[in-house]
Design a protein around this ligand. Structure first.
Ligand SMILES: [Zn+2]
Length: 651
């Protein structure tokens, strides 16, 4: 028996070195010799130790998977697809513990698994299933070598990991099975584990990357960092990447890093997982019926490509912030040719080490301008970007605050144009036709410099300006007029209070009016889920500012009366997030959006996971495809009209 114990321990150690550490200390032949000896010994004695590597063959095909209940539920993660959502998550955690730190890891795209251990022995592997109950895939999992059959921990333990197939393994497999190649690594991994015949599982060579302890019967770990340490100690394969971040900026930097590096990874990934590190903060935050509140998955939906930086110029934003804009070698991204990409601020440029001449990774997603994620390499003779001392647009001195540079001139022309452009944008006042170029023209030629100036525009204002025909002018003026009754949350977003994104604006809009928001105290503001100290101060500062108060009064005088969404909670579209795609025969898109909002719905510009309904007109494009792939309800124009109650009015 001593010999058998020795053989099992030695073979397990070698397997660990080979499969987990990727550092074999013996040749395959030495391993095979000992393995054969063990097999013979087991045959002769009729004894097999519970952690014998011969169990790894997985056994005979099973008829069906037994169901098995997890000891603790395996939650899935809430998802963020925009930076706004990511930032809101960080704020929520910081409200519970201002000193909270976050771990950032890769999100692997495979099949989630749960492995149970008891008294130091591997007992069972199950799929995540519905989170409460999964399928028993012990025989299949046993063919995977990247986890231990025995561990030093003596209590009951459930660990969580992702079954994956490496891209190189998939490629190799497909070369050998060219008659029936596996299309993608995720389905291949899921199909391998959920195959009734463990031999099929073994042939596809899946691995499991472990990333969490789901349950421990005693002395639970105090943090995510500790969980990963323990997993490693016990011999589980973990992925060698972990960032510990204290702020949104650091989290964002880690997410960017993952987005760049995942391209060269041998494992399929579809995002980053951000978790609150400390267990006590997690406990205080708890979970909804679906998700833990203390973690989020940031999903990459954008497209990326490499390009060369040709030059960098500085743009003045609506707050006076100078943003480096890179001109890049043209690159095709998400169906468009991209020639320019932003770096967020001076600090971002420095941190990402972007120089003129660098090869960089560029990302483009639906709603955001193309962005440089990081430098991939530097050509010889690459030149660092100089920090400007004066505003390149107006020559005023530049002020440096943290990672940002600001033009100190409130009347800086591009700053005014940006402020107006933001105000007129789709998610704000939604004034179609007032593009950045038009606003720049109106600023230069007509001295338009505030929101209220927009409402003073008349037909005559456009006389003598090139490219404005009667029809265009009247469309423009009616779009401006329509914005007088924009939803309150859009107005609060439109006026450009620092730190107020669409999420926070929605929270504020619940107070019913601009006046009510202006009257909120610091304590009342920070009590809101998505507003932290800095933003609360910015809001108070905004409404205390004389110039801002005068402008709000002028807007009121001009008839701008934002509509409180709280009034519209009933109607055919109540609670629906609606996306319009393609053309409607009966009305224009802004008209349709207005009707949706009047009937309690929210009109969205692009399909996100929050979208609940898509109205597809003629020539509906990629939005429709995306909606279908997400399983979102799609209706045609006829059904849309009947929801509006106008179906009968059609001839
Ligand atoms: Zn300036």
């Amino acid at each position: 028996m001593d010999r058998m114990r020795y053989l099992v321990d030695t073979l397990n150690k070698w397997a660990y070195e080979y499969y987990v550490q990727d550092a074999p200390s013996v040749t395959d032949r030495e391993y095979d010799a000992l393995y054969d000896e063990l097999r013979a010994l087991e045959r002769d004695t009729g004894v097999r130790l519970p952690d014998s590597p011969t169990r790894r063959v997985g056994g005979e095909p099973v008829k069906a998977f037994a169901r098995h209940r997890h000891i603790a539920p395996l939650f899935s993660l809430d998802k963020a697809v925009t930076e706004d959502e990511l930032s809101a998550f960080i704020t929520r955690v910081k409200k519970v513990d201002p000193a909270a730190v976050f771990t950032v890891e890769y999100k692997f795209d495979g099949l989630t698994m749960c492995l149970t251990y008891s008294k130091g022995r591997f007992e069972r592997a199950t799929t995540r299933g519905n989170g409460t109950e999964g399928e028993d895939v012990t025989a299949q999992a046993l063919t995977v070598r990247s986890f231990p059959l025995s561990i030093p921990y003596e209590g009951t333990l459930e660990v969580r990991g992702e079954a994956i197939i490496r891209l190189s393994v998939l490629e190799e497999y497909n070369r050998a099975h060219s008659d029936e190649p596996l299309k993608n690594a995720r389905n291949a991994a899921a199909g391998a584990i959920r195959n009734l015949d463990p031999k099929v599982t073994a042939a596809r060579r899946p691995e499991i990357l472990f990333y969490d302890i789901n349950y421990m019967s005693d002395a639970p770990v105090a943090s995510q960092r500790e969980a990963l340490e323990r997993l490693k100690e016990w011999g589980f394969q973990t992925f060698p990447y972990l960032r510990v971040c204290a702020s949104f900026d650091e989290v964002r930097a880690a997410v960017d890093e993952i987005e760049v590096n995942r391209k060269s990874l041998d494992v399929l990934t579809d995002g980053a997982v951000i978790k609150t590190d400390a267990e006590d903060v997690r406990r205080r935050m708890g979970h909804t019926d679906k998700f833990p509140r203390w973690a989020i998955a940031y999903k990459f939906e954008a497209e990326e490509a490499e390009a060369t930086v040709e030059k960098v110029v500085w743009q003045v934003g609506r707050t006076g912030k100078l943003t480096p804009l890179a001109f890049i070698s043209p690159v095709e991204l998400a169906g468009a040719t991209v020639r320019r990409a932003t770096l967020n601020n001076f600090g971002d440029l420095t941190r990402k080490d972007v120089k003129v001449g660098s090869r960089v990774m560029v990302r483009r997603s639906n709603e955001v301008i193309p962005e440089i994620l990081g430098a991939v390499s530097h050509a010889e003779g690459s030149v660092p970007v100089q920090k400007p001392a004066f505003c390149p647009a107006c020559g005023a001195p530049v002020r440096e605050t943290g990672a940002n540079l600001f033009c100190t001139n409130r009347a800086c022309p591009p700053r005014i144009v940006q402020k107006l452009t933001h105000y007129c944008s789709k998610n704000a006042a939604d004034i179609e036709g007032l593009s950045e170029a038009t606003l720049a023209l109106l600023q230069k030629e007509r001295g338009v410099c505030s929101f209220s100036d927009l409402y003073a525009l008349t037909k005559e204002s456009f006389a003598g300006l090139e490219g404005f025909r009667a029809k265009k002018i009247s469309n423009l003026l009616s779009a401006i007029d329509a914005s007088r009754r924009m939803p309150l949350e859009r107005f609060l977003y439109a006026i450009g209070i620092e730190g107020i994104g669409r999420v926070a604006a929605r929270d504020l809009a619940a107070f019913g009016s601009v006046e009510a928001v202006a009257a909120l105290s610091f304590d009342e503001l920070v009590a809101l889920e998505n507003i932290g100290d800095v933003t609360a101060n910015a809001i108070i500062h905004y409404f205390a500012d004389e110039e801002n108060r005068a402008e709000l009064a002028r807007l009121r005088q001009a008839g701008v009366q934002p509509v409180s969404a709280a009034r519209v909670t009933q109607g055919a579209f109540a609670g629906e997030n609606v996306v319009l795609t393609g053309g409607l025969a009966s009305m224009s898109r802004p008209e349709a959006q207005k009707k949706i909002e009047e009937l309690g719905g929210t009109a969205q510009s692009s399909v996100t996971r929050k979208t609940t309904l898509v109205v597809a007109g003629t020539d509906a494009g990629s939005k429709l495809e995306r909606a279908r792939s997400l399983g979102i309800r799609v209706i045609g124009e006829e059904e849309f009209l009947s929801m509006l109650g106008e179906g009968a009015a059609q001839p």
